[in-house]
Design a binder for this molecule. Structure first.
Ligand code: E4P
Length: 218
């Protein structure tokens, strides 16, 4: 299972990269805005900065909603760095754009996916990744992890190569459940990744080991 960090914050990306377990980064226009990154030139430079920190894939989202606009933006984003994956929403022109990019060997992350039907279209169009938003489904009284299970099962059955990228992860237990469901990737906030470290028995055990060592060695 690959770990992506879901942020545009360079400090957090550096911290996750330093941990040695990071496989990539996902961003979206809201995450870029949160960091105060604005203007086409600055946004593009920020993507390059992220690529220079991590070794893996970096999702950069188009903001156009028409086919021509998505193609223009996506080609520009993909040209920025070999690690860029063009993030495209699952709308009609988005599906056409994913097919276009797939034919051109430009990698894509199909975003804003909330149903198995949408995930089927993304895979048929040749998306590299599909991003079901599990937290937002949970927020709306729908089991997000169940959707991951459904998509994993469908992709395995039909041998689609599209990777299931569990997105909108809110906490550590989401990561565990996505792992159990067979997601290929989980894109997580830094807190959720670090949360995997937590166990009181680890803290108690370590304190005891160190205290026992001190008793004998001073
Ligand atoms: C990442 O690809 C998604 O854009 C992100 O996980 C959405 O997360 P949110 O639902 O917490 O905004």
């Amino acid at each position: 299972m690959k770990f992506f960090i879901d942020t545009a914050n360079l400090k957090q990306i550096e911290e996750a990269q330093a941990l040695g377990v990071l496989d990539g980064v996902t961003t979206n226009p809201s995450l870029m805005a949160k960091e105060g990154i604005k203007g086409e030139k600055n946004i593009k430079q920020h993507y390059i900065n992220i690529c220079n920190i991590v070794d893996g894939d970096v999702s950069a989202e188009v903001i156009s909603t028409d086919f021509e606009g998505m193609i223009r933006e996506g080609e520009e984003l993909a040209a920025l760095h070999s690690q860029i994956v063009v993030k495209v929403p699952i709308i009609k022109d988005g599906v056409k754009a994913i097919k276009y990019f797939s034919d051109k060997k430009i990698r894509t992350n199909c975003t804003l996916v909330f149903s198995a039907g949408q995930a089927l279209l993304a895979a048929k169009a040749g998306a590299t990744y599909v991003s079901p938003f599990i937290g937002r489904l949970d927020d709306n009284s729908t089991d997000g992890v169940q959707l991951i299970e459904q998509i994993v099962q469908m992709y395995n059955y039909y041998e689609f190569e599209t990777q299931v990228l569990a997105a909108s992860i809110r906490h550590t237990m989401h990561i565990i459940k996505c792992m159990e469901a067979g997601a290929d990737v989980a894109t997580c906030p830094l807190d959720a990744i670090l949360g995997l470290l937590n166990h009181p028995l680890t803290d108690i055990g370590l304190a005891k080991f160190l205290a026992d060592y001190k008793k004998v060695n001073g």
